[in-house]
Design a protein around this ligand. Structure first.
Ligand code: IMP
Length: 206
């Protein structure tokens, strides 16, 4: 059965401009009107769950309760195999209070070198995205997408955000930072979670 979206409108429950932009790009072709949590001045809840899914649920439900609207959240991050999945749910925090991703990318690289993880096989990483759709009066739904690849050094490319310049997806010779945004949108962790959300909105899944 299809999920009904009241007024074809939803709040993007994020204060991260990179994510808001990418989610807006993904929603636009569906004719869904998106407003951001920042525009509505909604408070940013503390992300204190221990999984991407848990944090996504917490953010979407907080935004939906505060706005009275349907809300879509994204909890995502970079998981590095040789680092036991770090930074994972702490990906944003590795950038520190100034949200400095040059520092965060350097930190990942230093941790990898400390573990002598220098062969391509030891540099495997994946991005995870958990999207949660919270609609007032309905149970929340969570959708997860992943994209696998390797970490490169030094960072390359000025597109995207966060860790994009050091992530090279499997089968590609360029990083997400070097990739045209439309190409990233066609195959990213966010796009893969989004495809499941769209299927649910259209009634192909629930
Ligand atoms: P959070 O979901 O708000 O906790 O933050 C997720 C963090 O993961 C972002 O601030 C980015 O650092 C990183 N991240 C998530 N998705 C992407 C992506 O598509 N490209 C690059 N970095 C990402």
């Amino acid at each position: 059965m299809a999920i009904e979206l009241p007024d074809n409108k939803l709040v993007v429950a994020s204060h991260n401009p990179g994510k808001v932009r990418e989610i807006g790009d993904l929603l636009r072709p569906l004719g869904i009107e998106a407003v951001s949590a920042g525009e509505l001045d909604l408070p940013e809840p503390e992300e204190n769950e221990d999984s991407f899914e848990g944090n996504a649920r917490l953010k979407a439900e907080a935004a939906s309760v505060a706005s009275g609207l349907a809300a879509l959240s994204d909890d995502s991050g970079l998981c590095v195999d040789a680092l036991g999945g770090a930074p994972g749910i702490y990906s944003a925090r590795w950038a520190g209070p100034d949200k400095n991703f040059t520092t965060a990318m350097q930190k990942v690289e230093h941790e990898l070198r400390d573990r002598y993880a220098l062969s391509p096989d030891q540099r495997k990483a994946h991005f995870v995205c958990a999207l949660c759709l919270a609609i007032p009066g309905h149970p929340s739904k969570v959708y997860r997408g992943e994209v696998h690849g390797v970490l490169v050094w030094p960072p390359r490319g000025g597109h995207g955000f966060g860790y994009d310049p050091v992530f090279q997806p499997e089968g590609y010779g360029i990083t997400f930072g070097e990739m045209d945004p439309a190409a990233k949108h066609a195959m990213s962790h966010r796009a893969r979670a989004f495809a499941q959300l769209v299927a649910a909105l259209k009634g192909a899944a629930s």
